[in-house]
Design a protein around this ligand. Structure first.
Ligand code: FPP
Length: 259
């Protein structure tokens, strides 16, 4: 009953344009089943596939998934190796289907740390899907929000060395246009599975006005009903962007103002 209610609510209302997800709880899901942590990651890849399908069906235009943080390099070498292998395998297996579904794939993060093989697969997947526009799927891997801001500042100062002499001219827009997701709208809905309630250095600039949704469900068990529940929750949020309720005429995102 509860899930079907969520499904009809979600379909009737405003669909977030951009959903960003921290896919947490793979290790705990596996541990609860006396499986190695890496089995949780393998199962997590299946959830990725299902959530992509859900986004295509629901009309979400941008889906950004946090697959591997800058800090995750510190995990045991074996686990890092399995995650990298899963990444290569997923790219090899899924790109054709993603392309058929009209999904454009991009990867953001410090990709110079990846193996040559993985970099080649990423470049190929980005090339093959580059003309698609139905769903923009971004995988954040070897990514950190602070890294993103620093790399944006490097790129900005390289493009505009004059700014170093006139720092008062520096604007938010200058920085934003050099962030790794400069081509996408900011996330409307942020979802974190696995019970933790923190943002963990994911898209920290872009999430300034995102609605934050936390669920105890572990990523490998996160399903269509859970996704629809998050959409339904989002539809009941009033997005004010620093204004007051009476100033809002419609639900579409507007330019953020200081709060
Ligand atoms: C967090 O769970 C999850 C990760 C660090 C990896 C996420 C990766 C995948 C879902 C698979 C690969 C993805 C793609 C796009 C091919 P955790 O291990 O921190 O879980 P825990 O908190 O229970 O230990």
């Amino acid at each position: 009953m509860k899930s079907s209610k969520h499904m009809s609510n979600a379909k009737a209302g405003v669909i977030p344009q951009h959903v960003a997800i921290i896919m947490d709880g793979n290790g705990r899901w596996a541990k609860a089943r006396f499986l190695p942590r890496t089995a949780g990651h393998a199962q997590g890849v299946k959830t990725v596939r299902k959530v992509i399908e859900s986004c295509v069906r629901s009309g979400v235009r941008y889906l950004t998934l946090f697959a591997f943080s800058s800090e995750n390099w510190q995990r045991p070498q074996e686990e890092v190796g399995v995650l990298m292998d899963l990444f290569v395998q997923a790219l090899e297996k899924e790109v054709k289907k993603l392309n058929e579904q009209g999904v454009r794939l991009r990867v953001i993060g410090e990709r110079s740390r990846f193996s040559t093989k993985l970099i080649e697969r990423i470049e190929q997947a980005e090339r093959v899907t580059q003309h698609n526009d139905r769903l923009h799927l971004t995988i954040a891997a070897s990514y950190g929000g602070r890294w993103d801001i620093v790399q944006a500042m490097h790129a900005l100062l390289q493009a505009r060395p004059d700014l170093a002499q006139s720092v008062q001219d520096l604007t938010e827009a200058d920085i934003a246009q050099h962030l790794s997701m400069a081509w996408a709208p900011d996330p409307d809905l942020f979802i974190r599975t696995g019970g933790e309630q923190r943002v963990s250095n994911f898209l920290i600039w872009q999430q300034a006005y995102s609605e934050l949704y936390f669920t105890d469900r572990f990523w490998p068990e996160f399903d269509e009903n859970d996704f629809q529940a998050a959409l339904a929750w989002y539809q009941n949020r009033e997005r004010r962007f620093g204004k007051i309720s009476e100033q809002l005429t419609k639900l579409e995102p507007k330019e953020p103002t200081a709060c």
